[in-house]
Design a protein around this ligand. Structure first.
Ligand SMILES: Cc1cc2nc3c(=O)[nH]c(=O)nc-3n(C[C@H](O)[C@H](O)[C@H](O)COP(=O)(O)O)c2cc1C
Ligand code: SF4
Ligand code: SF4
Length: 371
């Protein structure tokens, strides 16, 4: 049912909703996946693709960590992909000490219509010593070389990163330039979740963003969506409350049905990303809009022209009785306002239609971004 409600596309992958389960080595396998078919994406793994990483995993197990270990890694992953066929969109999170095994895994994943995810996240010393996991974040040229080579196979490619290890904006830009499709960010911060990292990356790349870390309920998921995440993923909370995936899918599906834009940004003055320029007022007062325009490299005059030009061909040009006489300058539908609502009612425009136009307006504004 949710397939028709969301329109999410990442190359050949079309997740049915924006809720994912994130990989947990030794836990998230095909048996785990059989319980979460309702998720929009299940990320299996992390799997170790070569002998060095499997040896490292053995050492980790000796000190109590869970891992997937195999002497025939590709055959193992093939059997997992076979077992999860038809469940939902599948991704495989993988670690390797060199490029060759990544290429083989990419060909395999693509053959099953699955996504390959480079694990540039793992910080276990045994993996990092091999140049795998987080070591890739600290060697961006090598990570980018991997991405470019892997993309030649045609696989849809995600890169799993951990925030606040290196400059996240520079990292995301490099990953995008190298050709990756998705950045899957663990927004970890020493003091909790760094929600701002999602916004910083949203404002600087067009990558598909999967936001991750401490999603435990619909509120924490919406925080990430409203900062620019296209999907959110959940790891530890699934082990504590397996029903969380159903709850999140239900909640985000309701939001999409009611508003038509499940990851609409917060207003700029509420901490939203630059997509929220679609909800901004006429630039006539001192407020956060001016800083956002500066960041986008758009002058106030250009901003007025961009929004007015766009609105001219749409029903939001109208707006008698609203603050600025046109709904071009009106707020997000979730902000209660009887002035806007009566303007909508008088032209017979539904909330979903209004937000769909605002979404297109935000894309139009961002096409004019110069920075
Ligand atoms: C037991 C365990 C194993 C993990 N294994 C992996 C892994 O193999 N690959 C990976 O990219 N992330 C791995 N992670 C990180 C999670 O995918 C996720 O990024 C992190 O736990 C934060 O998300 P959460 O707050 O929803 O748990 C693991 C996490 C846990 C708790
Ligand atoms: S223009 Fe309006 S919505 Fe935008 S930042 Fe200023 S007060 Fe907030
Ligand atoms: S009329 Fe309402 S929705 Fe429109 S700008 Fe004013 S407060 Fe916002």
């Amino acid at each position: 049912m949710t397939e028709t409600i969301f329109d999410i596309k990442i190359g050949y992958a079309s997740p049915k909703n924006p809720i994912a389960t994130a990989s947990m080595a030794g836990i998230t396998d095909s048996i785990f996946a059989s319980r979460f078919k309702n998720a929009g994406m299940i990320i299996l793994g992390g799997y170790n693709l070569d002998q060095p990483t499997n040896e490292a995993a053995r050492k980790e197990v000796e000190r109590g960590r869970t891992e997937f270990i195999s002497d025939k890694p590709l055959e193992f992953i093939k059997s997992e992909l076979e077992a999860t066929k038809g469940y939902t969109t599948i991704a495989v999170n993988v670690r390797a000490a060199s490029i060759g095994p990544f290429l083989e895994a990419a060909v395999l994943a693509k053959g099953y219509g699955a996504i390959l995810e480079i694990n540039a996240h793992c910080r276990q010393p045994e993996m990092v010593e091999l140049g795998a996991g987080e070591a890739l974040l600290k060697d961006i040229p090598r990570l980018c070389e991997y991405i470019t080579e892997i993309k030649k196979t045609g696989v849809v490619l995600s890169v799993k990163t951990r925030a606040n290890v290196v400059n996240d904006v520079e990292l995301a830009k490099a990953i995008e330039k190298a050709g990756a499709d998705i950045i899957h960010i663990d927004a970890m911060h020493p003091q909790g979740v760094d929600i701002g990292v999602i916004k910083r990356i949203r404002n600087s790349t067009k990558l598909f963003i999967i936001g991750n870390n401490s999603i435990t309920d619909p509120e924490s998921a919406k925080e990430m969506f409203s900062r620019g995440a296209d999907m959110v993923s959940v790891a530890r909370a699934v082990s504590i409350n397996p029903r969380i995936i159903d709850q999140l899918v239900f909640d985000i599906t309701s939001l999409q049905t009611m508003t038509g834009w499940y990851n609409a940004p917060k207003h700029i003055c509420g901490g939203g990303d630059l997509r929220a320029l679609a909800f901004c007022c006429l630039p006539v007062k001192p407020c956060a809009l001016h800083g956002a325009l500066k960041q986008a490299g758009i002058t106030a005059e250009e901003f007025m022209k961009i929004k007015t030009d766009f609105a001219r061909k749409t029903p939001i040009e109208y707006g008698e009785g609203t603050c600025f006489g046109s709904m071009t300058w009106c707020c997000k539908i979730t902000k209660p306002c009887f002035l806007r609502d009566s303007a909508l009612e008088s032209i017979g425009l539904s909330d979903v239609e209004y937000m769909t136009i605002k979404k297109k307006l935000s894309e139009y504004i961002l096409k004019h971004k110069k920075n």
